[in-house]
Design a protein around this ligand. Structure first.
Ligand SMILES: Nc1ncnc2c1ncn2[C@@H]1O[C@H](COP(=O)(O)OP(=O)(O)OP(=O)(O)O)[C@@H](O)[C@H]1O
Length: 302
């Protein structure tokens, strides 16, 4: 079966070393590597078929936003690959919006980024403003908007730029129910027209309403992927069990899982080590030159 999105063995690793920029570390990174890394995603693979609507569920900090940012091309996987047949549009709260620009300027900028020309932007501008219900705020810089207002704007822009793949990252968890329902209706319209949707949400009923497939990410690993009903059912059962446990047990579990995501060895893509070797060689060569020059000077005096 032809796929719309193929996620293959994707990992995302963040360098969380505090003293990354220390001089000795830059000069001699190979002497003692105290780097610390955090594996936010580990070996995640799944295929999405055209027309699938995929819910992404998981506890707080499990890696849902990391995955949606990778799907939307906002960040790159550390290893593995993501192939998207089409143009993805990521709607996270304020993702891709510029705080210093006004609502109108943001609409124009984001539409341009999505490949619309001036004429096409003029044609959809009023619809975007009307959908966002932010008519009175278009001339204000969006730094004065609430997070709910920003997500309305983000959602309105994304659905009017005709993306093949729509990624909605918790945009509906803020704002009022009427607006959330309007967004759900719009997403259903998208789904009916055969487009792919990824929908990150903490709301199990919203996922059940919207999605035919679900991904359960658990502390960076793919725990389940498949038809939404069984996957969400398993997740809901896990959450019930988890919530029944006393707070200190929940916290201990969380700490243990997060500590497993910390690793101290990772071959980063950048060439820090090579750079360090070069620095050390240069330093060594300078040292030898000084010794030789001093010796020659001394020999001259004898
Ligand atoms: N830039 C970063 N540097 C280091 N660690 C990061 C970075 N971004 C995310 N993380 C860590 O990666 C893990 C996954 O974060 P992510 O935001 O993807 O989780 P989430 O499932 O979306 O959480 P939530 O439901 O709370 O929004 C978390 O432990 C987070 O602290």
């Amino acid at each position: 079966m032809e796929y719309k999105v193929k996620v293959e063995n994707v990992s995302k690793v963040y360098n969380i070393t505090r003293n990354k920029k220390k001089l000795w570390k830059i000069l001699f990174p190979f002497l003692e590597d105290r780097s610390e890394y955090f594996q936010a995603l580990k070996g995640v693979s799944f295929d999405v078929e055209p027309g699938d609507s995929v819910g992404i569920v998981g506890l707080n900090g499990s890696g849902k936003s990391t995955l949606s940012n990778l799907l939307g091309g906002v960040s790159e996987p550390s290893s593995g690959s993501i192939h998207v047949n089409g143009r993805a549009s990521l709607i996270a709260i304020s993702a891709g919006l510029n705080n210093e620009l006004t609502g109108e300027e943001n609409i124009r900028m984001k539409c341009l980024m999505h490949g619309l020309n001036e004429k096409e932007i003029d044609a959809v501008y009023d619809d975007i403003v009307a959908f966002s219900e932010l008519e009175d705020f278009m001339n204000q810089p969006i730094k004065s908007y609430s997070s709910g207002m920003k997500s309305r704007l983000g959602f309105a822009i994304a659905v009017h730029t005709d993306p093949d793949v729509l990624i909605v990252d918790e945009a509906l968890s803020v704002g009022d129910d009427t607006f959330a329902n309007k967004c759900i209706r719009k997403m259903e319209e998208f789904r009916r027209s055969g487009k792919t949707i990824f929908f990150v949400s903490h709301s199990i009923p919203q996922i059940q309403q919207m999605c035919n497939k679900a991904v359960w990410i658990h502390y960076g690993e793919l725990r389940e992927y498949g038809d939404a009903v069984p996957v969400v059912g398993l997740y809901a059962r896990f959450i019930r069990g988890y919530n029944e446990k006393p707070k200190h047990i929940q916290q201990r579990y969380k700490k243990e899982m997060i500590s497993r995501q910390k690793i101290d060895q990772y071959a980063e893509k950048n060439d820090d080590t090579k750079l360090g070797l070069l620095n050390a060689l240069l330093l060594g060569a300078t040292g030898i030159s000084i010794v030789v020059a001093a010796y020659l000077q001394l020999a001259g005096h004898l």
